[in-house]
Design a protein around this ligand. Sequence first.
Ligand code: NAD
Ligand code: WQD
Length: 340
Amino acid sequence: MTAPRVLLTGAAGYIGSHTWLALLEAGFRVIGLDDFSNSSPEVLNRLQTLSGTAPEFVRADVRDAMALNAVFSAEPIDAVVHFAAFKAVGESTAKPLAYYANNIGGLLALTEAMQRHACKTLVFSSSATVYGNPEQLPIREDAPLSATNPYGSTKLMGEDILRDLQRADPQWAMALLRYFNPVGAHQSGLIGEDPRGIPNNLLPFVTQVAVGRRPHLQVFGNDYNTPDGTGVRDYIHVLDLAAGHAAALYYLLDQRRPITANLGTGSGHSVLEVVRAFELASGRPVPVQFAPRRPGDIAASYADATLAHQLLGWRTTHDLAAMCADSWRWQRQNPNGLAG
Ligand code: NAD
Ligand code: WQD
């Protein structure tokens, strides 16, 4: 049997690039698609170095129906992993139309192309953001869903669209994967998270403080109902996340059944715990300043990760120390990201 051929949209991004490598290592054939709206073409050189082969790649906007048609017509595609989307919560409240246009428009264009070409196997990047402010911890997949910002709405709508599509045509096999807080980088230090401008997320900010690009970390709130008062999240190593996509593809291609699953470790860490673990891993101080709570933030979020283990046979293997060590190696080797 020939290896399944998988299209990755948003393939040059943070999670896409790590998943690309994981799928190649798992024996899949991969074709990447990206418009570099939030990534750099340099990622392709790095992937070539890491994999030893030239990546098969199409530069296109996933909303471009003609470009998609050309990709699907060139050689049959067995499955798609759809990462391409905008993902900054704050920006989404300032530019809601751009978020709906890209995240919903991209999903519609992609699923229409897939339908036309009878490719009905899809992994969708969803997010723990669909749980809104969770009533119970750890969060199970059957918890109530809600959105607290336009970005979150695009993920919830994306899930709804796919659930409707699957109900209308049960031939669709889909995995809706709800990622918790992806951090870390490939151990080579060649690929990692490369945010543009001031990072929104905790780990990229911490690494930029450690490398001297920023003076201190602002800790948003120390009066939450958590053990040390700072926010608690389920940080998951991007390599574990990448492996989760390979597991989901095996499941879909084999079982042809839909699945909605959390991808998290199942345990939470506070902001201060992350800072301490990072200082230990890097040997660098990370000065902190306490600041007011960030609007829209919740006290704590961590996954019940049992379903993915039961159905996909997947579980995380990297702890917080490894996440910090790998984030640090990436930042140290690329102090200005891929642009510098
Ligand atoms: P990223 O921005 O690093 O990667 C997304 C990639 O998609 C980028 O390379 C960007 O250039 C590309 N892209 C965006 N719009 C496109 C379009 N219209 N056409 C083609 N390419 C386009 O983000 P990431 O962290 O790798 O996230 C990947 C997916 O996972 C996103 O759907 C995101 O919403 C989801 N997700 C991310 C997180 C997180 O914290 N990183 C958490 C949960 C879910
Ligand atoms: C983590 C903790 C902050 C920065 C976001 C999205 C979510 C998902 C993952 C895509 C919180 C604190 C942060 C800083 C801080 N993305 N913090 N100082 O908010 O859990 O999730 O990314 O789907 O949808 O909302 O992640 O990394 O921004 O914050 O104190 O400079 O770190 O308050 O407690 P978050 P984060």
